[in-house]
Each structure stands twice: as structure tokens, then as C-alpha cells.
Design a protein around this ligand. Structure first.
Ligand code: AMP
Ligand code: ZN
Length: 467
């Protein structure tokens, strides 16, 4: 398995820390609004990565957080808490907002056939873990308190910004307009707010530094380490997380433990609306339910995402989504037709297996999903394969693509009976075709003597063991 690692800017051979096992953490949604389809592109990429790792034989422990506190409208420490802002604007409590949008998020994930992470953890359930981590940083001399807030000092470590390859000289010159005069270095960031800028902040907890709430970045460090340990394999997110969120996660995690935190950093590129990143703050964003209202299936969108490589920008347009819908519909119709003509077959032929292998090779080469989708199509159109071959191979590929191709496809039953029994089934099929019903009945009786009932199904005759 090969994966592009943002840390090295190279495609690398994936080697897990523990052979056969993968620990993977993905930054989850901030539940103050509906996820837009750009956010969902990132979760589809992560799901596809997980499915590919499982196909490659790994057992994957997938952890995702739910950000329900501390994410300000600015990625740094500027702006208002997104949750509080949404609550104020809607007249609901922050807890109600969090619950409502968390439910909406998992509804979208379910519609997109995204496998639920093994652990889903809410920030507000892990405040004590965050406090413990901040204490550890404080003991290590990585923090200072100013204006009532606890800050992480980026000058307390010597490799701040290594993921984003930030230029520290530029940082030190402080070219950026500073919003928080308490910061010793403009890139220092808040670990714990006690000096809330916002009157009536609803989500606050006691801490050694006073009543307050955590900064955004600390939650991912605290929760990932709690569930995956201090050193794990893969950390994912969208590319916008690289310069601030993931940079700060690395700084505080490695300052606390004194060692490498994550081996592979995997980032999904943006979904574009026009020429700009789809985003909630600039308006003009599309949700999955709005597409469904227009008559699209969520899986049309998943198909659309798979036709682009996760590290390339993908331009959203209704024309492009229409093309994806047409292609997926065509695929389902072909599979339906194949299911009605398929003769049960124990396993795929060598030719079908070579398509399956080519598919795996494409996916295991840094998730080449566009090539993988074209291999699926090539296989479906290959007249040298039997209908059963195609159904078996499509089912296999769908384990990674997650397009629910089996939903419209009659399952080929597990084959019972010897090759001789099946030769009789074939002979009976021929006899029926030639309207030789006498012979067909004789074969039915013969098979009964051998211990099988022969049953005709839409995908061909099958044998059922008489018990
Ligand atoms: P948020 O809920 O805002 O924290 O974002 C959830 C995830 O979506 C993060 O991993 C972001 O990096 C990612 N994301 C945000 N906008 C886009 C976009 N236009 N295309 C793809 N991913 C995005
Ligand atoms: Zn995160």
C-alpha cells in the first residue's frame, strides 16, 4: 500500500507501527451547521482510505471526533465560538444545536454509505483529558498565561510548522496583523480560554486556570492519544487543516510526549464551487439533502467524488453530477441485467480475478479511485467474462468503492453440489431451452436422488440441499 504523506511531500510505502493493524484519526465535523458537500468529500476520501486498508488485509481502528466546543470562526484564536454563534442566531441552546447537527451529519454519512468510525468522540465528553494534556504541557514549560488565557508557546519547541513547512523567519517578523496582544509570538495559540470574549458563554468548565473552555486544537491531540496511544499511524483531514489546526496539533502533542506523534499525514483536496473552495462562511454551499431534494441519490455524489483523485481539486457542477448520475444508473442497469442471466459459479474465473487485482493495485497506489472506477467499467464491458464473473468482481470492487452496487443485484447464492451435479444443471438448462421438458424433469428427479432440489431464480437455476 502506497500513500502520499503530507509530512514528506512524497508517496511512501505504508508500514504500520504494529504489523497488520492501522490506527487512524480523522478530524470530524464542527456541529454548528449542516455539513456541506465539500466537507463530505473529505469524509468520503477517509472512508475510501479505510476500506482500502481493510481490503489490503489490515484491521483498522478508526477514530473521529465531533467538535462541539472551542472552534472559533477564525482558525486562529480570533472570532466567535461557532457553536455559540449558531445558538445565538437560532435561539436554541448550544447543546441542542450540537445534537441536531450531529444527527444530520450521521444521516448524511449513512446515505453516502460511509462506515461509521469505530470510535466517535465528542469534545465536550473529554474536557478532563484536555486539561490533563494542558497540565503536562505546563509542566514541560511549553505554556504561559496571559490575560487569563493559557497559551502554547511555539518558541518552546524547535520544529514548529514542519508539516506546513512554514517559514519561521516570516513568522517571527510578525507580518500578520495581530489580533491578540497577549501572545508572545503571533503563532502562539490558546489551549484554554478563561477570559471569554463572549458574555454568556454557555459551555464552560472548571480548570486549574479558572472556569473556561478549551481551544480547538487541543481536543484532537487529547482524544486521539486517549484512543490510539501517543504514537499512531495515520491522521487525516482536509488540506485547510495543514497550516494551523494540524500544525498546532503536532506542536502540542509532540511537545507533551517528546516523540513523533503520527507517521502518515493524509489530506484531501478541496471541492470547488466555481473557482473557490466550497465553504460555509462564504455562503453558496450545497448540502446533501438539497441534492436529494433535486432528485439525486447520495451515491451519485459518492460516485462523482470517486471519479476524481482525492489529492486533486474537484469542481462541483450540476452538469458533472448529472454525468455521475447517468454513469451510476447505467452501471446499476447493467448489473441488474447480468443478475437475471447469471449462472451460479463457485468463484471468479482467472480473467475476472485479474481485473480484481488491477483494481486493488490502483487503490493501493495512493487511492487511485479514478483508475479503479474505469477498471470496473472495463470489466463490466468485457465479453470474455461470464455474467457471474462480472457480478462477483463488481461485488468485490464495491467493498472498497462503497456504491451499494449489490442493492439492485440479485446475490449469486453460495454454490452447493459437485461439478457433476452442475453439469446436470447445465444439461437441464439446455433441455429447457430446446423445449425437451421430459429430459428436464428426468434431470430434476436425478438431482433429487443426489440430494438436491433444483430451483429456478432470476439469476439462474440453483441447487438446494434437501435436509
Ligand atoms: P469543519 O466541519 O468545518 O471542521 O470541516 C470538516 C472537514 O471538511 C475538515 O476536514 C475540512 O478540512 C474539510 N473541508 C472544508 N471545506 C472543504 C471543501 N470545500 N472541500 C473538501 N473538504 C473541505
Ligand atoms: Zn483535528
Amino acid at each position: 500500500m502506497k500513500l502520499y504523506n503530507t509530512m514528506s511531500r512524497q508517496v511512501e510505502e505504508f508500514v504500520p507501527i504494529v504489523p497488520g493493524k492501522v490506527s487512524m484519526y480523522c478530524c470530524g465535523p464542527t456541529v454548528y451547521n449542516y455539513a456541506h458537500i465539500g466537507n463530505l468529500r473529505t469524509y468520503i476520501f477517509e472512508d475510501t482510505l479505510k476500506r482500502t486498508l481493510v481490503r489490503a488485509g489490515y484491521s483498522v481502528q478508526h477514530v473521529m471526533n465531533i467538535t462541539d466546543v472551542g472552534h472559533l470562526t477564525g482558525d486562529g484564536d480570533d472570532g466567535e465560538d461557532k457553536m455559540e454563534k449558531s445558538a445565538r442566531e437560532s435561539g436554541k441552546s448550544v447543546w441542542d444545536i450540537a445534537e441536531f447537527y450531529t444527527k444530520a451529519f450521521f444521516r448524511d454519512e449513512e446515505a453516502l454509505n460511509i462506515i461509521r468510525p469505530d470510535i466517535v468522540c465528542k469534545a465536550t465528553d473529554h474536557i478532563q483529558d484536555m486539561i490533563a494534556l494542558i497540565k503536562r504541557l505546563e509542566e514541560g514549560g511549553h505554556t504561559y498565561t496571559a490575560g487569563g488565557n493559557v497559551y502554547f508557546s511555539i518558541d518552546s519547541i524547535d520544529d514548529y510548522g514542519k508539516l506546513a513547512r512554514l517559514n519561521l523567519d516570516d513568522l517571527k517578523s510578525g507580518a500578520r496583523i495581530e489580533v491578540d496582544s497577549n501572545k508572545k509570538n503571533p503563532k502562539d495559540f490558546v489551549l484554554w480560554f478563561t477570559n471569554s470574549k463572549f458574555a454568556g458563554q454557555a459551555m464552560i468548565w472548571d480548570s486549574p486556570w479558572g472556569r473556561g473552555y478549551p481551544g480547538w486544537h487541543i481536543e484532537c491531540s487529547a482524544m486521539s492519544m486517549k484512543y490510539l496511544g501517543e504514537h499512531f499511524d495515520i491522521h487525516c483531514g482536509g488540506i485547510d487543516a495543514i497550516p494551523v489546526h494540524h500544525t498546532n496539533e503536532i506542536a502540542q502533542s509532540e511537545a507533551a510526549t517528546g516523540k513523533t506523534w503520527v507517521n502518515y499525514w493524509c489530506h484531501g483536496e478541496f471541492l470547488l464551487m466555481g473557482n473557490a473552495k466550497m465553504s460555509k462562511s462564504t455562503g453558496g454551499f450545497v448540502t446533501l439533502p438539497s441534492l436529494e431534494k433535486e432528485g439525486y441519490d447520495a451515491l451519485d455524489y459518492r460516485y462523482f467524488c470517486l471519479t476524481g483523485h482525492y489529492r486533486s481539486q474537484l469542481k462541483f457542477s450540476f452538469e458533472a453530477l448529472d454525468a455521475a448520475r447517468t454513469a451510476r444508473k447505467g452501471l446499476m442497469e447493467r448489473l441488474d441485467a447480468l443478475a437475471s442471466e447469471a449462472v451460479p459459479q463457485k468463484e471468479a474465473s482467472e480473467a475476472a480475478k485479474s481485473y480484481m487485482k488491477a483494481f486493488d493495485d490502483a487503490m493501493e497506489n495512493d487511492l487511485g479511485s479514478p483508475q479503479a472506477v474505469s477498471i470496473l467499467w472495463k470489466m463490466i464491458k468485457d465479453s470474455a467474462l461470464t455474467a457471474s464473473d462480472k457480478l462477483i468482481a463488481a461485488d468485490y470492487m464495491d467493498g472498497v468503492l462503497g456504491l451499494r452496487l449489490d442493492k439492485r443485484v440479485e446475490k449469486v447464492e453460495e454454490r452447493v453440489g459437485s461439478d457433476e451435479d452442475w453439469a446436470l444443471v447445465e444439461e437441464r438448462k439446455e433441455a429447457k431451452k430446446n423445449k425437451d421438458f421430459k429430459r428436464a424433469d428426468e434431470i430434476r428427479e436425478e438431482l433429487k436422488k443426489r440430494g438436491y432440489n433444483v430451483k429456478d431464480t432470476p439469476s439462474g437455476a440453483i441447487l438446494e440441499k434437501i435436509v
